[in-house]
Structure formats: C-alpha cells, structure tokens
Design a protein around this ligand. Structure first.
Ligand code: DIG
Ligand code: MN
Ligand code: MN
Length: 383
C-alpha cells in the first residue's frame, strides 16, 4: 500500500489551513503569508484534490473591483494549471470588528444587513469558482453574557438570514447547498447552534430545509464532550451530511484543529470506517493547521500527514471488515431476528402477554472486550 492521495480520495484543504500563519492569542505570526496562487500550488504538490476558501482568504475585504477581478483571474488560472477544484466556499463573518457581536444574530440591524450583503457577494464568488457547498460557521453568533441578547430573538434572526439566503440562491438558480457548522464556544463565550443536534433541529424550522445540511467538525463536537461519530451518523441517516471538517482535538482544550488522527487514532478509525462503509461521496476536508513551530516544509508534512493517516485508516477499515474473527463476533453479537417490531394492536397485545427470562437476557456475554481488543490490534498492526 502506498497511501498516496489521488483526486478520487477528494481530499480538500481551506486556503486558511495551509495558509495559517501561526498567529495565536499569545503570539505573532511565525510564517510569511503565501498568496492564494502559491497555496494552490502547495496543495497540488502534496496531492490534494481541492481547495476551499472564505471570501476574504481569496479577496481582501478592502480590495477594489479591479483587484478582485485580477485575484480571481489568477486563482482560476492556478486551478486550471494544477487541476484543483473548489467544492466548498464560505464567508468570513468573524474577523472584521463589524462582526464583534455577531453577524446574522447581531443586535445591530445594520450589521445584520451588512452580513447579508457580504454573504451574497461571497456566495457569488464561491459559485463563480465552482463551489456547490456553502458553509456557515457562526463563529461570532453568540454571547459572553446572556444579558446582551435574547436567545429566542437570536434564533429568529439566524432563521431570517438563512431563509433570505436560501431564497437568494434559488432566485439566482445556483446549484448550491448550505452546510451549517456547529461549535459550542470560541471565539464567543458561548456560540448558538452549538452542536450537530442543535443544528439538525434548527434546520427543520427553515423555509427550505432541503437546501440546508451539516458540516460537522471533529474538534467542535469533541470540545462539547460528544462522540463525533454519533453526530455524523445521525446527520448522515437524516440525509444531512453535506460536508465534513476533519481534524483532531484533545479533550477539554481550546479548538486545536490538529492534524487528522494526531490525538485519537481510534476515534479517527471509526469515523473513516463509517464514511467508507456508508459510501460518503463528499469532500474529505481537513479544517486543521500545522503546529506554530513549523516552517512551510512542516506545513506540507502536516497536509501530507492528514491525507496519509486517512488512507492508512481506510486500509485498516478494509482489514477490520475482512477479519474473520471480528466478523464472526459481529455475527454472534447480532444473532437472532433483527427485524423491527412493527406496531399493530395484535402485536402490542401479544407482546404484553409474552413472558421474558430477564435473568437469561442479563447473563448473556456480549464479547465486546474481545471485539475491541481485536480492533486495537488491527490498529496496532499486529493482525
Ligand atoms: C472553523 O472551524 C470554520 C471556519 O474555518 C470556516 O468557516 C469553516 C469552514 O470549514 N470552519
Ligand atoms: Mn475548528
Ligand atoms: Mn471548521
């Protein structure tokens, strides 16, 4: 096995990921800025399939129309030269001070209007570059004190904005779906639509729920202490896994956006196995960045590591699925009539009268220790 990425793997990175300069709340940038064109070539060099961007990763917020045209022309030329594509785009509604108290949920109606203005233009830019998925990460949609904002009003404003933008996309005839990206906190003290569950419920209240799905991120659900796979599986089962942000995260920390698999290869394994088992067709997007200690050689090692680990775990998943002892245990664990109990008055009456030997039910050995040990041994490479 070579574990060399190919376009068929659909590995993508944001301009902001390999372009991360290493700035953090306690330190200045450690890497020089690269242009979008240089970043496209860096991603091509490491074997990525695609590149994503926030509007201002590509076009600076104060660029003139002429500058915008030149930047986009150069970017498109780099895409043609390298063959990279742009599956996803998004709006930066979190950096500019105008959004210091949110964008769609800001208490200031002028900020809410500006957020719609900026997002419509960013959607146009993303579609112009080929995007078919548009991500909404509400990084500033939250509070430090609940004295400042009524959470019900905030929900209504978020819904109003998304309904407006869905209507805009429909009127423009764009082939574009929206993907909400939850996060529980940071940079706000608390962020609305904090988890996959919150977002899935919210989508049902929109005018066009069929246009809106999820972009779950590993680090974000784990910041909330949740099992990322379970959120992804629920989104998938509801037909709402429109995109995914892969990275890694140590429990109880700020959003670390580590290289995929860098912290918890076992949970990364179960995620990769799930995506491959169900035939997920979307991008494998790495929303992560290299350690602040790295030069651009280190940034390339980071990007290669994300993709290589994914491919190694994909091979481990194939091995797990083919392992005779694992499969025999699964057959034993799932033995018996697994068909659903469909309701009918007769079924209910019979079920109420049926007798059960709960002691026998409780005494059954389920062999999960052996199954998990075999899983660990597959991951450790001794099977
Ligand atoms: C952070 O996890 C967010 C922003 O980088 C961006 O809006 C989104 C796109 O994947 N992820
Ligand atoms: Mn993150
Ligand atoms: Mn993300």
């Amino acid at each position: 096995m070579s574990y060399t990425p190919s376009p068929a793997d659909k590995f993508t990175f944001g301009l902001w990921t390999v372009g991360n300069l290493g700035r953090d709340p306690f330190g200045e940038p450690v890497r020089r800025p690269l242009t979008p064109v240089e970043l496209v070539h860096l991603l091509a060099e490491v074997g990525a399939y695609g590149v994503n961007f926030h509007d201002n990763d590509l076009v600076p917020i104060d660029a003139t129309p002429a500058e915008r045209e030149q930047i986009v022309r150069d970017f498109k030329a780099a895409l043609r030269e390298t063959g990279l594509v742009v599956p996803m785009a998004t709006t930066n509604l979190f950096s500019d001070p105008a959004f210091k108290d949110g964008a769609f949920t800001s208490n200031d109606p002028a900020v809410r209007a500006y957020a719609l203005h900026k997002t419509m233009r960013a959607i146009d830019l993303g579609v112009e570059c080929g995007a078919t998925t548009y991500v909404f990460w509400g990084g500033r949609e939250g509070v430090e004190t609940d004295a400042a904002k009524d959470p019900v009003e905030a929900s209504k404003r978020f819904r109003e904005a998304l309904n407006f933008l869905c209507a805009y996309v429909r009127d423009q005839g764009y082939d574009l779906r929206f993907a909400l990206e939850p996060k529980p906190n940071e940079p706000r003290g608390d962020i609305y639509l904090a988890t996959v569950g919150h977002a899935l419920a919210f989508i049902t209240t929109l005018d066009h729920p069929e246009m809106v799905g999820l972009n779950p991120e590993v680090a974000h659900e784990q910041m909330a202490g949740l099992n990322f796979l379970h959120g992804v599986a629920q989104a998938w089962e509801m037909g709402k896994l429109f995109h995914i942000d892969l990275n890694d995260q140590a429990p109880g920390r700020y959003d670390q956006d580590f290289r995929f698999g860098a912290v918890n290869p076992k949970s990364a394994f179960f995620l990769v196995k799930f995506l491959e088992d169900v035939g997920y067709q979307g991008s494998r997007h790495f929303d992560a960045h290299a350690y602040r200690t790295e030069s651009y050689e280190g940034v390339k090692a980071f990007a290669r590591g994300c993709m290589r680990t994914y491919l190694i775990l994909k091979e481990k998943a194939r091995q797990w699925n083919a392992d005779p002892e694992i499969q025999a245990l699964l057959a034993e664990i799932n033995a018996g009539d697994q068909s659903p109990i469909a309701y009918s008055p007769a079924t209910a009456a019979a079920l109420k009268e049926r007798s059960f030997d709960r002691h026998a039910l409780g005494a059954r050995n389920l062999a999960y220790e052996r199954l998990d040990q075999l899983t660990v041994e597959v991951l450790l490479g001794v099977r």
